[in-house]
Design a protein around this ligand. Structure first.
Ligand code: F6R
Length: 267
C-alpha cells in the first residue's frame, strides 16, 4: 500500500483529483468507481474546477458507484444517485447514460446485483476505485463481518453507520437499514484503489486498515491484498500510524525518482 500524508483535507482532495484527472487524460474511456459521503466532496469540487478551467473531458468516462440505500427514490435528497448528480455529474460533461448507481428500488435485488456486476465486467472492469472509510473500517457498505470475497448484494447497516449517517437524514429513524453495496471481492478486482480519509475520527480505522491484520472485522484491511492501492490521508487521519515517518521517506524518495525520470524524458 502506498501511503501519502497531506497536511489538510484540501490537499487530500487536490491530490486525489490529480490522480483521477491523470487517468481520464491518459484513458478517456476509463471506468471510474465512485464513492459518496463527506470525504470525496473536495475531490469532486476540484475535478469540476478542472473540467471548467482546464477542459478536463469526461464525455467518454463510465462510472459505477459503490452503493445505494434500499427504498430511496433517485430523486430523494439523501439517495446516493441524487448525491452524485448534485455534487458531480451535473457539473461535468459526462453522459448520464454512462453513470451507474445501484437502484435502491429494485424489486428483485439478487437479479439487480448480479446485473450490476455483469455491467461492470461488460464495461471492462473498474480502472480506478475511489473509496472512503467508515469509523469501523468499512469500505462501501461492507460492514464488519462482511466476507472478504463478497460481491454486490444487500447489506444491513450497523447501528454505528446508521448513527454516523443520521447527520444527513435529520434523525436515526429516517436512515434506511438496508443498502445495496459492491462487495469487498468486487472492489478488490478494480485495477487500482484510491482510499481517502480525513479527520481524527478515522485515525483508528486507518491504522487498522494499513498496519493491522487482514480481518473481516475491518473490511478495508482486505486492501492489503491488492497490489495497487494509494491511501491519501490528512495528518489527523494518519495520526495513529506507527510507520508514518517511513511513509514520508518513501514518498520523498519517490518524488525525487519521478522528477529524475521526467528530466530524462524531457531530454
Ligand atoms: C459511500 C461509502 C461509505 C463511505 C464511508 C465514509 O459511498 O461507500 O463507505 O465512504 O462511510 O463516509 P464519510 O466520507 O461520509 O465519512
Amino acid at each position: 500500500m502506498r501511503v501519502i500524508v497531506e497536511s489538510t483535507p484540501n490537499e487530500v482532495a487536490r491530490h486525489a483529483a490529480r490522480i483521477v484527472a491523470d487517468l481520464v487524460r491518459r484513458k478517456p474511456k476509463c471506468v471510474l468507481g465512485l464513492a459518496t459521503g463527506s470525504t470525496p466532496l473536495g475531490m469532486y469540487a476540484e475535478l469540476i474546477r478542472m473540467h471548467r478551467e482546464e477542459g478536463l473531458d469526461f464525455s467518454k468516462v463510465v462510472t459505477f458507484n459503490l452503493d445505494e440505500y434500499v427504498g430511496l427514490e433517485p430523486a430523494h435528497p439523501q439517495s446516493y444517485r441524487y448525491f452524485m448528480d448534485e455534487h458531480f455529474f451535473r457539473h461535468i460533461n459526462i453522459d448520464p447514460r454512462h453513470t451507474h448507481v445501484p437502484d435502491g428500488r429494485a424489486l428483485d435485488f439478487d437479479a439487480h446485483c448480479q446485473q450490476y456486476e455483469k455491467l461492470i465486467r461488460d464495461c471492462g472492469g473498474i480502472d480506478l476505485q475511489v473509496l472512503g472509510i467508515g469509523r469501523d473500517g468499512h469500505i462501501a457498505f461492507n460492514e464488519p463481518g462482511s466476507s472478504l470475497g463478497s460481491r454486490t448484494r444487500l447489506k444491513t447497516l450497523t447501528a454505528e453507520t446508521v448513527r454516523d449517517n443520521a447527520r444527513f437524514f435529520g434523525s436515526e429513524e429516517a436512515v434506511p437499514r438496508l443498502a445495496i453495496t459492491m462487495g469487498v471481492g468486487t472492489i478488490l478486482e478494480s485495477r487500482q484503489c484510491l482510499l481517502l480519509a480525513c479527520g481524527s475520527s478515522k485515525a483508528r480505522a486507518v491504522r487498522d486498515t494499513v498496519e493491522g491484520p487482514i480481518t473481516a472485522q475491518v473490511t478495508a484491511s482486505a486492501l492489503q491484498l491488492h497490489r495497487d492501492v494509494i491511501c491519501i490521508l490528512d495528518e489527523q487521519a494518519a495520526a495513529m500510524l506507527a510507520r508514518r515517518d517511513y511513509y514520508r521517506e518513501v514518498e520523498a524518495l519517490q518524488s525525487r525518482l519521478e522528477a529524475a525520470r521526467r528530466a530524462r524524458a524531457e531530454g
